[in-house]
Write a protein that binds this ligand. Structure first.
Ligand SMILES: [Fe+2]
Length: 227
């Protein structure tokens, strides 16, 4: 797998994640420091990954019903070593010729009292169908902004397990007035692999379905604490 080597670029990507690669956070290397940067930047309309908040995305008519209860906030998890800032703004991550199983990954971004967070950035990254991360380009990496209902949707593929990790999707989410949330989302139909993964948590499992042997559809709602 080409995701195992730790290159200078990867280290910089992790350390500089809070500053859009500009290096302002370099030298700290801690998630706490990144979140402090995130909080400080929430009021400047720039996300910790360097994206400018443009306001809510156009309504995509996703039709997702909000949940009834939204507390507590979504659990944070490590970004791991393969985050790359500055991803393309897009909703379709599927690569031409992929043999991965098609997945729609969607949900709503909410406050702890169940109000939608419109215009929140949702930045995702995951490995491909062979367990490889693209650490040079942006394959299976992208961000978008939630619409007025707080909804997002990515069309991608199911990532596979790698290096002992169960399959997961990395996510960074932040609204203009919320803290940055960095976490991982898991699949419910991989019980054995999930059970062997020391990072896996039950409360980060998406709701997953598949109609008629077609594409998978997974939903996870993110609840963000105020800044
Ligand atoms: Fe990962």
């Amino acid at each position: 797998m080409d995701g195992q080597g730790v290159t200078r670029r990867k280290v910089l990507a992790v350390l500089g994640a809070g500053a859009g690669g500009a290096g302002a956070a370099a030298g700290t290397g801690s998630l706490g420091a990144l979140m402090s940067v995130a909080s400080a930047r929430a009021s400047t309309r720039v996300t910790p990954a360097g994206y400018t908040f443009p306001g809510p995305a156009p309504d995509r008519m996703l039709g997702l019903s909000p949940p009834v209860a939204c507390t507590p906030g979504t659990r944070a998890q490590t970004a791991g070593p393969f985050y790359t800032p500055g991803t393309p703004r897009r909703w379709n991550l599927r690569e031409p010729g992929t043999t991965g199983e098609p997945l729609v990954f969607e949900g709503i971004v909410l406050t702890p009292d169940c109000q939608p967070v419109a215009g929140a950035v949702v930045d995702v990254w995951h490995c491909d169908e062979r367990g490889r991360y693209d650490n040079e380009g942006f394959r299976y990496r992208g961000h978008q902004f939630t619409d007025a209902a707080g909804a997002f949707r990515f069309e991608t593929i199911r990532p596979t397990r790698y290096r002992g990790r169960t399959a997961h999707i990395h996510v960074r989410v932040q609204g203009e007035t919320t803290r940055l949330l960095t976490t991982q989302v898991y699949f419910p139909d991989l019980e054995a692999a999930n059970g062997r993964d020391f990072i896996f948590r039950d409360d980060l499992v998406m709701r997953l379905g598949r109609a008629g042997g077609g594409e998978w559809r997974g939903r996870f709602d993110f609840v963000l604490a105020p800044a």
